[in-house]
Design a protein around this ligand. Structure first.
Ligand code: NAD
Ligand code: MN
Length: 492
C-alpha cells in the first residue's frame, strides 16, 4: 500500500479503467522566442530592458521570454490608451465598436484550439477545461458585450451613459484568457480603452490575444498589454492618468489597491478571494450532488476564487456522502494537462504549491483527518493530489483561509438555520451552493446566504449574462450581465 493510501480510510477500489494517452496536438500553437510589450498597436521592447522566462508548470520547461514593464513602460502604455480614447475610440459610433467586438469573438472561436493548448501549457489546467470552458466562455463574453455596445441608452434609460476613459486592469493566473475577456469586453463595449496586466506566471494567452486585436483591425492603443509582476500592477494602480482600476486576485493585494486609490478620482472594482460553502441536504439527489462537489473543488485544481472549498453535509447523510465522495475521488485522473482524459492538471506555480502544502500541513496538525486517492503523480512539475479533510472544526485554518488548491474541508449541520450560520461564518462572500430537492428551501437559503452567487443543484456555472461578484472581503462591483456595464460608465 502506498504511503498516501495508508493515510486515508480504505475505500473499495472502483473498477479500474486504464486509459490510453490521448494527447492534444501541441504544435497547433507556436510561441515566439520573446514577447515585448503591446503598446499603441505595436510590439515594443521594454524600456526597462528586463525580461523573464515563462514556463509550463506541468514540466517546468521554458516556453518564452516575456518583457517586464516598469514605471516608464506603464506610463507609455497609459499615454497610448489615452490617445486612443481621445482620438476616435470614445466618439466612435457605438455600432462600429460592436463590430470590433464581434470580430474578436469570432476570431477567438476560430482559433480556440490554439488558444486552449496555449492556456493549458502556460497555466497547467486540463485541456478539456480550457477547450470546453475557458475558450467558449471567453468568446461568449465578447459576443455578449458586443450586443450591448449600441444599446447603452436602453440599458440605462435617461441617464446619459458615457465612458470613463482609460481602464487599468489587473488579472490573476487561474483563468488567464477568461479574466482578460471579463475585463476587456465590457470596457471596450462602453467606449473605454485599456491597459491590461496579466499575471506574471500566465502571460502567453494575453500576448497571443494581441494578434487577435491586430487581426480584428482594432485601432492602435485601444488595448495595451503590459507584462510583469506585482510591481508592474502597482505602477498601473498609481498612474495618475488612469480613470478606473479593475482587479481580480487576492484579498491582500485588493486591500493594498484600495488604499492606493483612496482619495483619488479613480473608480475601483475588486474581485477577491472566497471560501464558498457547498451545502448538501439529506433530500438531495446524492449522485448528482457528488458530481457537484467534485466539480466544485477539483475543477481547475481548486484554483478558483468561487470554489466550493467547504462542504457542509447534513448529519443524517454524512457517512454515505463521504463514502461516495472518496470512491469518486479514486477515479480522478491527475496528470498531463494536454491529455484529453485528464481531470486535474498541474498547480500553477511552485509558490502556489508551497502555499497549498503549508495549509494542508496545518490541517493535519490541527487535528483534521486527511484522505487522498492513491494516484501516481508526474516526477517533474508542480502537483498536488485531490484532498479531502474530515473532522474539521470551524476554527481550523483549512476551514477559514482560502487554500486555492484541490483541498476540500468537510463540516456537518443538522438544520437549515445551522447550515446558514456555518456557511456565512467566513470573512468572504463570493459564492455558495445548495443541494436539495425542495425549491422553497433553495429560495429560503438563497435569501440568507451572504454570497454574490448562489448555485442551486449545480456549481461553477458561468454565463456572460449573469452578474458575478462578492460580499465582504470577496470585494465589490459586479462583472457580467448588465451590471457589468455599470463599472465602465459614468452618468454625470
Ligand atoms: P495576487 O493578488 O498576488 O496577484 C493578482 C494580480 O495582481 C497579478 O497580476 C499580480 O501581478 C498583481 N499584483 C500583485 N501585487 C500587486 C500590487 N501590489 N499592486 C497591483 N497589482 C499587484 O494573487 P496571486 O499571487 O496570483 O495568488 C495569491 C493568492 O491570491 C492565491 O493563493 C489566492 O488565494 C488568491 N487568488 C484569488 C483569485 C481570484 O480569482 N479571486 C485569483 C488568483 C489568486
Ligand atoms: Mn502574489
Amino acid at each position: 500500500m502506498s504511503d498516501v493510501a495508508k493515510r486515508g480510510t480504505a475505500v473499495p477500489a472502483p473498477l479500474a479503467w486504464d486509459y490510453a494517452p490521448a494527447p492534444e496536438a501541441r504544435d497547433i500553437v507556436s510561441f515566439e522566442a520573446r514577447y515585448g510589450l503591446y503598446i499603441g498597436g505595436e510590439v515594443v521592447e521594454p524600456r526597462s530592458g528586463e525580461w523573464y522566462s515563462t514556463i509550463s508548470p506541468a514540466t517546468e520547461e521554458h516556453l518564452a521570454e516575456v518583457a517586464t514593464a516598469r514605471t516608464e513602460d506603464v506610463d507609455v502604455a497609459v499615454q497610448a490608451a489615452r490617445d486612443a480614447f481621445e482620438n476616435g475610440w470614445s466618439s466612435l459610433r457605438p455600432g462600429e465598436r460592436a463590430k470590433y467586438l464581434f470580430r474578436i469573438a469570432r476570431i477567438l472561436l476560430e482559433r480556440s484550439r490554439e488558444f486552449a493548448v496555449a492556456e493549458s501549457l502556460n497555466s497547467g489546467k486540463p485541456i478539456k477545461e480550457s477547450r470546453d470552458v475557458d475558450l467558449p466562455i471567453s468568446a461568449a463574453h465578447f459576443f455578449y458585450y458586443a450586443g450591448w455596445a449600441d444599446k447603452l441608452e436602453y440599458a440605462f434609460p435617461n441617464r446619459s451613459p458615457r465612458p470613463l476613459g482609460v481602464a487599468g486592469q489587473i488579472i490573476p493566473w487561474n483563468f488567464p484568457l477568461l479574466m482578460l475577456a471579463w475585463k476587456i469586453a465590457p470596457a471596450l463595449a462602453c467606449g473605454n480603452t485599456v491597459v491590461l496586466k496579466p499575471s506574471h506566471t500566465t502571460p502567453l494567452t494575453a500576448l497571443l490575444f494581441t494578434d487577435v486585436c491586430r487581426q480584428a483591425g482594432l485601432p492602435p492603443g485601444v488595448v495595451n498589454i503590459v507584462t510583469g509582476d506585482g510591481r508592474t500592477g502597482a505602477d498601473l494602480v498609481r498612474h495618475p492618468d488612469v480613470d478606473k482600476i479593475a482587479f481580480t486576485g487576492s484579498t491582500e493585494v485588493g486591500k493594498d489597491i484600495q488604499r492606493a486609490v483612496a482619495g483619488t478620482r479613480k473608480r475601483l472594482t475588486l474581485e477577491l478571494g472566497g471560501k464558498a460553502a457547498n451545502i448538501v441536504f439529506d433530500d438531495a439527489a446524492l449522485d448528482q450532488a457528488i458530481e457537484g462537489i467534485i466539480n466544485g473543488i477539483y475543477f481547475n485544481q481548486g484554483e478558483v476564487c468561487c470554489a466550493g472549498s467547504r462542504l457542509l453535509v447534513q448529519e443524517s447523510i454524512y457517512e454515505q456522502v463521504i463514502a461516495k465522495l472518496k470512491r469518486r475521488m479514486e477515479t480522478l485522473r491527475v496528470g498531463d494537462p494536454l491529455d484529453k482524459n485528464t481531470d486535474v492538471g498541474a498547480i500553477n506555480s511552485r509558490e502556489q504549491l508551497e502555499r497549498i502544502t503549508e495549509l494542508v500541513a496545518s490541517g493535519e496538525e490541527e487535528g483534521a483527518e486527511i484522505f487522498q486517492p492513491s494516484c501516481a503523480l508526474p516526477e517533474r512539475g508542480f502537483w498536488f493530489r485531490p484532498t479531502v479533510f474530515t473532522n474539521v472544526a470551524q476554527s481550523y485554518r483549512i476551514a477559514q483561509e482560502e487554500i486555492f488548491g484541490p483541498v476540500l474541508s468537510v463540516l456537518t449541520f443538522r438544520t437549515p438555520d445551522e447550515a446558514v450560520e456555518k456557511a456565512n461564518n467566513t470573512a468572504y462572500g463570493l459564492s455558495a451552493g445548495v443541494w436539495t430537492e425542495k425549491g422553497s428551501r433553495i429560495l429560503w437559503m438563497a435569501e440568507r446566504l451572504r454570497a454574490g452567487v448562489v448555485w442551486a443543484n449545480t456549481f461553477n456555472r458561468f454565463d456572460p449574462a449573469s452578474p458575478f461578484g462578492g460580499y465582504k472581503e470577496s470585494g465589490f462591483g459586479r462583472e457580467g450581465g448588465r451590471h457589468g456595464l455599470e463599472a465602465y460608465l459614468r452618468f454625470d
